[in-house]
Ligand binder design. Structure first.
Ligand code: FES
Length: 105
């Protein structure tokens, strides 16, 4: 007997993790643009580019990596910033941008 035409998924877990999209970080003062690929954090990319950011917990809980942004759409994933903080800062270890964001760096 064939399963052709049966759209049910058999066995295992079919739950897919949310897909991360790449985004760009433009550094306003140095006129540099960095790309944050899926699977990497903004914190990793910024440190690699020589930006002195102190990494703390790297899980969105301490706020040590919080960096000011001046433009862009941020997907906040931290558990430490207030709604007011989030209007100006994002935790670079866990939060991501959509498209292109601009930092005051
Ligand atoms: S390093 Fe702790 S919130 Fe980013």
């Amino acid at each position: 007997m064939s399963d052709a035409g049966d759209s049910r998924v058999h066995g295992g877990s079919a739950v897919a993790a949310p897909r991360e999209e790449a985004f760009e970080i433009h550094l306003a003062w140095s006129e540099a643009t960095l790309t944050v690929p899926p699977g990497r954090s903004a914190l990793e990319v910024l440190i690699e580019a020589g930006i002195p950011i102190e990494p703390g917990c790297q899980t969105g809980g301490c706020g040590m990596c919080a960096t000011a942004y001046v433009e862009g759409d941020i997907v906040h994933k931290d558990a430490c910033l207030t709604a007011e903080d989030r209007k100006r800062y994002f935790c670079t270890c866990v939060s991501r941008g959509r498209g292109r964001i601009v930092l005051a760096l």
